[in-house]
Design a protein around this ligand. Structure first.
Ligand SMILES: [Mg+2]
Length: 189
């Protein structure tokens, strides 16, 4: 039997998983993921969740900080993410990015182990405790599959127009939604 006393490790991608960006670079949140994060923050207080990590191929530190700050306000917490590993982090800089496109860098279990070490949490039984949320397949999702845990990769399907948005983005998103003819998703709390 697996010892779950150490709790779940939740790893989230940023772009097209937590947020969608429209043409004006406004932030739109995926309300489903925001709700999952809300529950995760509460479960972390109880010890059911050990850590919440952001593992992103976005390299815009200022943007990532802005999104994190907005999430902290929405979820009424001081730090949603225990650690943020972005594309510019030294441990990921060795990875080839020859195509100069997003998501060219791989995400692996070693990245999650690195983050756990940084926050001084155990890596024991990691694949049994790890849930990975991303709109794209990565080495990490394959590693979970190989370890017999394909269900621990939660494949997010963007776009998610009509979900939660900050005040500054409402008019743009409404205009875009209208032009695309998408339906508004009703949000329940
Ligand atoms: Mg993504």
């Amino acid at each position: 039997m697996i010892d779950m006393r150490e709790g779940w490790i939740l790893v989230f991608d940023l772009d097209q998983t937590i947020t969608a960006c429209d043409d004006d670079n406004n932030v739109e949140f995926n309300q489903i993921i925001v709700n999952i994060l809300k529950g995760a923050v509460k479960d972390r207080e109880k010890g059911v969740v050990s850590a919440i990590f952001l593992l992103t191929n976005n390299a815009d530190g200022k943007y990532i900080e802005q999104v994190h700050n907005e999430l902290n306000i929405i979820l009424e917490t001081s730090n949603v993410f225990d650690y943020i590993l972005d594309a510019n982090h030294p441990i990921r800089s060795h990875m080839p990015d020859v195509r100069h496109i997003r998501n060219a860098k791989q995400k692996t279990i070693a990245d999650v182990e690195f983050m756990l070490h940084q926050v001084k949490k155990t890596t024991k039984n990691l694949v049994h405790r790890l849930l990975f949320f991303d709109d794209q397949e990565h080495v990490l999702s394959q590693q979970l599959k190989s370890a017999g845990k394909p269900q621990h990769f939660i494949h997010v399907n963007p776009p998610f127009l009509g979900t939660f948005q900050t005040n500054s983005t409402k008019s743009t998103t409404r205009r875009r939604r209208k032009s695309l003819g998408t339906r508004k998703i009703r949000v329940t709390s």
